[in-house]
Ligand binder design. Structure first.
Ligand code: ADP
Ligand code: ADP
Length: 234
């Protein structure tokens, strides 16, 4: 079963009662396999973020349907949707408390083994082992010992602890040096063997690594394929 399916999805934001609606998705259909990396690309305003928000059922579609692991999203309890879909919040500036607290914030009952595994998947085992206070290192202040890229991967580890069927990753806010870029790429690859990863891709490496690419423009899917196919098209 695909992790996510969009069937002829239409969606418009409503701005107040009297204002007209702005059509944002105009009949979007695509599917995301249960494993692997799907990159979503397209210009600003194409509807990529809106598409993510529909996968979280932050909004409901006007027409068509969204399916999660084969189930109509509207028929699932919201808690189930929240469990299946892991949105990677990358607001590292707002990180407070210790590394462990950050990891288990949304999953307070996660055991040590689960934490260790998520840390390993995010490529942070040796980084954290080298901190004098390990998982109990405070993140609040600058100079807590984690770089920007490492904090970003900590956000990914936190989402992993939720064991989502699909992980949503918006690369918009992250600018990484080339070492961090390589680490990030490795982590995304590793995770995509475990669950579906959908990335709004701003990095060329993510697009190249993708098992599937969805090209969006003006609220429509312009093309889907693998990198090779799409390059030949141009
Ligand atoms: P992308 O992520 O591809 O840049 P978005 O999904 O953010 O695209 O936006 C698609 C369109 O929807 C844009 O025209 C944007 O201005 C509009 N839009 C996004 N969010 C809202 C909102 N909360 N209310 C009204 N219009 C919105
Ligand atoms: P902008 O693109 O104008 O910076 P966004 O609408 O993308 O703003 O995001 C505003 C805030 O909402 C950000 O802090 C972001 O982390 C959060 N956010 C955006 N998309 C989602 C989403 N799909 N689920 C949860 N939070 C989101």
């Amino acid at each position: 079963r695909p992790a996510v399916e969009f069937h002829d999805v239409r969606f418009a934001y409503r701005r107040g009662k009297q204002a007209e609606k702005t059509q944002v998705l105009n009949g979007v259909s695509f599917s995301v396999p249960a494993r692997g990396l799907t990159a979503v690309v397209g210009p600003s305003g194409a509807g990529k973020t809106t598409m993510f928000q529909l996968i979280e059922r932050f909004y409901s579609v006007d027409r068509g349907s969204v399916r999660l692991s084969g189930h109509d999203i509207e028929a699932l309890p919201l808690d189930t949707v929240r469990g299946l879909v892991g949105y990677v919040q990358q607001d590292s500036a707002a990180m407070r408390g210790t590394i462990r607290e950050n990891l288990t914030y949304a999953n307070p009952h996660a055991g040590d083994d689960a934490v260790r595994e998520a840390v390993a998947m995010a490529g942070l085992t040796s980084v954290i082992a080298h901190l004098p206070r390990g998982l109990d290192t405070e993140l609040g202040d600058q100079g807590s010992g984690l770089s920007g890229g490492q904090r970003q991967r900590l956000c990914i580890a936190r989402t992993l602890l939720q064991q989502p069927a699909v992980m949503l990753l918006d690369e918009a806010t992250s600018n990484l040096d080339s070492d961090s870029e390589r680490d990030f790429r490795d982590v995304v690859r590793r995770i995509s063997r475990r669950c579906a990863v959908i990335a709004i891709a701003h990095r060329i490496s993510t697009v190249i690594d993708a098992d599937k690419i969805v090209v969006m423009e003006g609220g429509r899917v312009r093309a889907t394929g693998v990198h090779h196919d799409l390059m030949e098209r141009d």
